[in-house]
Design a protein around this ligand. Structure first.
Ligand code: GLA
Length: 721
């Protein structure tokens, strides 16, 4: 059993494979305090191993206490998790322990994405906290995975009074620990350079990341980690949180004057006010917590295993995805059936398996000024109709997929002309028109039904086997004409629930379809979306060199099997750089793999390389999708080269990717110490044509050939001998 309660000491101990998490009920009032999170306290989980708790450090207020779910207004002046306003206008809140339940398995969170597990590998603890005076209960949920070093948390907040309350803040998790010279790691960026790793000293005060854009966003990421200041890939403490949610969030670390650190994560309280009538409940989305005593590498592999086994669902969960060719960078809006078929025919010759028609196949969509919302095939472009096109593609032995941007409407569209009130807007205010589009008020059922029905009609009209679900602008002018004034503060979250509901309907109704999420590249790349789509377009910037840091930051948390990565044409459309075709292929092999170029127009020599690359994909993809990921060198840190490897779970096969991004004069060939191999196995390295013992490769290292010229890449394939 992964969770025990010591009745005498009133202590909960939660164990994963290598970690323990301990909390206790304090004093007569029953505050729930945090005691320990770290390396597993060994033994048979007998609570006698747990040191007795000394609460004498409790000072006047609660500032010196490590709390599990702190509330506002009663003496904890740090960032707290829950705030309410009663009908009388009072805000003070102090929930204390009432009861608990421990059971096998893990409950679903209705309407929300969440990790899942069966009774064989997961145990759940529910702790009921109550403030009887305010009439509020917070039920804290902790689920412990026994096969993965992760603990998930979420909270159900109930109004147990007969009068309404306004819930104005409802974070999902808090971790209070003592500062130990921690650094804080976040993922930051912009369009075209998503999720670059930022590490800085944790100073006094609050530091963190957030989104108020209605999407998790390009700029910040719903991930935060505290790491010992000397932590590396292989050593040091790491405490990480990742939010299974795709909308507004905040993730903060607060270092207090008495050198405690509080880490919190949850829905951003900006413009959040959820009205709870008597008996109603609000569910705060899930936070995944990972502790690693062996540096960042172990944290990464824990997230990868958790998401591959307990978050991603559907037919494509564990299988190779088709190699696709997408026409966006090949044609933009300028295409028709003939052009698409010409691309498909040529692509097929080189081993590409699916044609994806991107933006522009519908309504009057000849550019990005119009037509979002009109999901009717444009037969001026798709001559002969969609079924004809798809049948022809299928006859070539290829699959067919298509792009939608379901959450949007253009003012110049039949949909908007018929239903102007279906778009978010504040009456009489001219709102933002980013990319000439408005956001649909998905909180309205009739809007969701319209979107589903119009998508379903297209999907049922031909053999469509893939959808790219895009979302190309942040939310502004967030106001719904269908909700009363006291529920306008619910819109951001209701919007996310609506997106989740719609994606769930699509995956349930069309289980054979491979769904790929996208948001102007990787603007909504988060665990929430991974629950619905096993892959997400990583970035609109597919430049092989920029992708090194984008993919490094993404792979810090997310499995390679989820990273949408394509070979595109050069000069690169985002940055104008020209890199060798071979390098572009090797970098894209770390992801789902595909092409986004006009294969009929590229250089003959490059075209020939596609056949080689698609063969490599088939040779290596099982390993890349399922293996353990080790980050060996980072171009964003050394400014010369990048290196990572994937090792099969049985340690019999490995693939090392080395990219020499920038050549520097008078430097020796890099020697890269490999990781994750078995010391007892010798490996045949294809590219060196020799067998080398695992311990030599890991301790002495792999001698990499340094070449003249930038942007060179190499793969080293290792097999056990
Ligand atoms: C977004 C996506 C691109 C492409 C365009 C189409 O920018 O990230 O891949 O689909 O929209 O408009």
């Amino acid at each position: 059993m992964g969770i025990i309660f010591n009745e005498k000491e009133r202590i909960f101990k939660l164990d994963t494979k290598d970690t323990s998490y301990i909390m206790g009920i304090e004093g007569d009032l029953g505050h729930l305090v945090h005691i320990y999170y770290g390396k597993k306290l060994k033994g048979d989980s007998n609570p006698s191993y747990i040191p007795s708790i000394n609460f004498s450090h409790k000072i006047w207020f609660m500032d010196g206490c490590a709390m599990e779910y702190p509330a506002g207004g009663c003496g904890d002046f740090r960032e707290h998790c829950i705030e309410i306003r009663t009908e009388d206008g009072y805000t003070a809140l102090e929930p204390v322990y009432v009861s608990h339940d421990i059971y096998k398995g893990k409950p679903l969170l209705p309407g929300l994405p969440a990790t899942f597990a069966d009774e064989s590998c997961c145990t759940t603890l529910e702790i009921v906290m109550r403030d009887a005076l305010a009439g509020v209960e917070a039920v804290l949920l902790y689920s412990v995975f026994e096969d993965t070093d992760a603990i998930t948390r979420s909270v159900k907040i109930r109004n147990i009074d007969s009068r309404d309350i306004m819930l104005t803040k409802a974070l999902s998790a808090c971790l209070d620990i003592t500062n130990d010279d921690y650094d804080i790691i976040t993922l930051n960026g912009a369009w075209g350079r998503e999720r670059s790793i930022q590490r800085q000293k944790l100073g006094y005060g609050r530091s963190g990341v957030f989104s108020e854009r209605g999407v998790s966003g390009h700029q910040n990421h719903p991930f935060i980690a505290l790491v010992s200041d000397n932590a590396t890939q292989k050593t040091g403490d790491v405490y990480a949180m990742n939010f299974v949610y795709s909308g507004n969030y905040e993730a903060q670390c607060e270092r207090t004057s008495n050198d405690m650190v509080r880490m919190v994560m949850g829905i951003n309280p900006y413009d959040f006010a959820w009205k709870l009538s008597g008996g109603q409940e609000f569910i705060a989305p899930e936070v995944v917590m990972v502790y690693s005593a062996e540096g960042l590498g172990k944290m990464t592999r824990t997230f990868h295993d958790l998401y591959r086994n307990h978050l991603i669902r559907g037919r494509y969960k564990d299988i190779k995805r088709p190699i696709l060719i997408n026409n966006w960078e090949a044609t933009y809006f300028d295409f028709d059936t003939d052009k698409l078929l010409a691309i498909a025919k040529e692509a097929k010759k080189h081993g590409i398996e699916m044609l994806v028609v991107d933006d522009g196949w519908f309504g009057n969509r000849f550019d990005d000024n119009r037509a979002l919302g009109d999901w009717v095939v444009n037969e001026e472009k798709i001559k002969g109709g969609l079924k004809y096109l798809v049948d022809e593609v299928n006859k070539l032995g290829m699959k067919f997929g298509m792009w939608f941007e379901p959450e949007m409407v253009c003012p110049d569209s039949d949909l908007y002309r018929a239903h102007p009130d279906w778009a978010f807007h504040v009456p009489n205010r001219e709102g933002a028109r980013a990319r000439n589009q408005m956001v649909l008020d998905m909180t309205r059922k009739e809007v969701r039904d319209y979107i589903f029905d119009s998508m379903a009609k297209v999907l049922n009209s031909a053999n469509v086997e893939y959808i790219k679900w895009d979302m190309n602008r942040a939310l502004t002018d967030v106001a719904s004409l269908s909700l009363p004034a006291d529920r306008q503060g619910e819109i951001y979250h209701r919007y996310m629930l609506a997106v989740y509901e719609l994606q769930e309907r699509i995956v349930q109704e069309f289980p054979h379809i491979l769904l790929e999420n996208c948001s102007s590249g990787g603007g909504r790349y988060d665990p929430g979306m991974l629950y619905y789509s096993p892959q997400i377009w990583c970035s609109d910037n597919a430049d092989a060199i920029d992708r090194l840091s984008i993919q490094e930051g993404t792979a810090l948390i997310y499995p390679l099997s989820t990273m949408g990565a394509h070979v595109t044409d050069c000069p690169n459309h985002s940055v104008g750089r020209t890199t060798p075709f071979e390098t572009r292929g090797i970098v894209a092999l770390a992801g789902t793999f595909g092409y986004e170029l006009d294969v009929t127009k590229i250089d003959e020599k490059e075209r020939e390389q596609i056949s080689e690359q698609t063969k490599m994909f088939h040779k290596y993809n099982d390993l890349v999708r399922n293996g353990d990921y080790y980050r060996l060198a980072s171009y964003s840190l050394n400014h010369r080269y990048d290196c990572y490897m994937v090792v099969s779970k049985d340690k019999k096969e490995a693939l090392v990717t080395y990219v020499q991004a920038r050549t520097v004069a008078a430097m020796p060939d890099p020697v890269i110490k490999l990781d994750g191999l078995s010391e007892d196995i010798s490996y045949y390295v294809d590219e060196l044509e020799r067998t080398i013992p695992g311990d030599v490769l890991m301790n002495m290292g792999l001698f990499v050939k340094y070449e003249h010229g930038d942007y060179k890449a190499r793969l080293y394939h290792l097999t056990a001998r």
